[in-house]
Design a protein around this ligand. Structure first.
Ligand code: ZN
Length: 59
């Protein structure tokens, strides 16, 4: 089994873990029909339209 030759340094460990600190919030866009925040390129969960067309029934 391969064994590490040297102890992983503090800098190496920290910079590896710091890569997860750059995770950003999911981007949203305003729906052109109702103005609600929705995921881009997805059907609006509020009014059920996509590209100005009713896709899913929403009550
Ligand atoms: Zn909408």
């Amino acid at each position: 089994m391969a064994v590490p030759k040297r102890k992983t340094g503090r800098m190496k460990t920290h910079s590896r873990r710091a890569a997860n600190n750059n995770i950003k919030l999911v981007q949203t866009v305003a729906c052109p029909q109702c103005g609600a925040q929705k995921l881009p390129h997805c059907v609006c969960p509020n009014c059920g339209t996509y590209k100005g067309r009713q896709v899913i029934a929403v009550d």
